[in-house]
Design a protein around this ligand. Structure first.
Ligand code: ZN
Length: 266
C-alpha cells in the first residue's frame, strides 16, 4: 500500500518519525512520497529519505506549496524568481533523485493572491516540462483555473491531482489531460457524497487513474478527527474504497501500486 502524499517533515508528524515509519511499515505501507513545500524543506526531506531508506522507500518531489508563498513572496515579488531558480537547480541535482515537481497548485481560499499562485504554478509546469517529470497539484475551489493553467502551458507529463474531490466530469477532464487522482481521507466522510460517487465511478471504469494518499499530518480520517493523521491510517481509505467499489482490498492495493509505479518510477 503506497501513501502517494505524506508530509513527513511537518509537525506534529515529524516529532517521532521513528515511530511513524515503523508503524507505517507494520501496517502495510510499502512506500511514501514526500512532497516539497518550501525551499528550506527540501534538504530536510532529503535527510528523512536517507535516514529511513533501509526501512521504507521514500520518494521526493520538490516544489513551492501555495500555502507557504505568503511568507516568502507577498511583499517581495522579486524573490519568486530566486526561489524558482533554486527549484530548477534542485530538480537537476541528482542527490535528490526527484520523482515529481510539486506540490504546487491553486488554492482559492487562502490569503495569497491568485495571480501570484498562477504565476508560480506556471513556472512549476515549465520546470516539469523541461525535466519531463509529472507534477503534484493542490486544488481548492480551483479546478477551472487549474484546467486553464494546464492548457495554457500545454502540459503533457501528467501527474496527480492530490486530495481529489469533485464531480465525475471534473475527474474525467483531468484523466483526459493525463492526470491521476489522489484519493484520501475526504472519502471517509459520509457527507462527501459527490466525491464518493465519483470514486465509485473511477473504481469501476478508471481504476488505472487512482492513487492512495493520506496528506498526513492534515486531512484526518473520519473517526480520527482532532488526532494527527498518519500514513498507517491509509487503510481507512482502502476500506472505504472496498465498499464503494464492491471489491477486495488486494484489488485496490495492487492496482494503485501499479499506477504509482507507472507514474513516478516508470
Ligand atoms: Zn500536501
Amino acid at each position: 500500500m503506497i501513501d502517494s502524499h505524506c508530509h513527513l517533515n511537518l509537525p506534529p508528524l515529524n516529532v517521532d518519525l521513528d515511530e511513524v515509519i515503523s508503524s507505517a511499515k507494520q501496517n502495510g505501507i510499502t512506500r511514501i512520497l514526500l512532497p516539497g513545500i518550501t525551499v528550506s524543506s527540501w534538504a530536510v526531506q532529503k535527510e528523512i529519505c536517507q535516514r529511513y531508506c533501509d526501512q521504507l522507500p521514500i520518494d521526493l518531489a520538490l516544489g513551492l506549496h501555495p500555502y507557504f508563498l505568503a511568507k516568502t513572496r507577498l511583499s517581495q515579488l522579486n524573490s519568486s524568481n530566486d526561489e524558482i531558480h533554486q527549484l530548477e537547480q534542485a530538480i537537476d541535482d541528482p542527490t535528490y533523485a526527484v520523482k515529481a515537481v510539486g506540490e504546487t497548485g491553486l488554492d482559492a481560499v487562502i490569503d495569497v493572491p491568485l495571480e501570484i499562485q498562477k504565476d508560480v504554478l506556471d513556472k512549476h509546469l515549465a520546470i516539469a516540462s523541461n525535466a519531463k517529470l509529472p507534477v503534484i497539484l493542490h486544488h481548492r475551489k480551483s479546478h477551472h483555473l487549474l484546467f486553464e493553467a494546464l492548457k495554457k502551458r500545454r502540459f503533457k507529463y501528467g501527474g496527480v491531482v492530490h486530495g481529489f474531490s469533485g464531480s465525475i466530469d471534473v475527474a474525467k477532464r483531468y484523466i483526459n489531460m493525463g492526470f491521476s487522482l489522489g484519493i484520501g481521507g475526504t472519502i471517509t466522510y459520509q457527507r462527501a457524497r459527490k466525491t464518493r460517487d465519483t470514486v465509485a465511478y473511477l473504481l469501476k471504469h478508471q481504476l488505472d487513474s487512482v492513487l492512495l494518499e493520506t496528506d498526513a499530518p492534515d486531512m484526518p480520517m473520519w473517526g480520527r478527527q482532532g488526532q494527527c493523521n498518519k500514513p498507517e491510517y491509509l487503510v481507512d481509505v482502502v476500506n472505504v474504497l472496498c465498499r464503494l467499489g464492491d471489491c477486495s482490498a488486494q484489488h485496490i492495493i495492487s492496482a494503485t501500486t501499479n499506477n504509482y509505479t507507472r507514474l513516478f518510477l516508470g
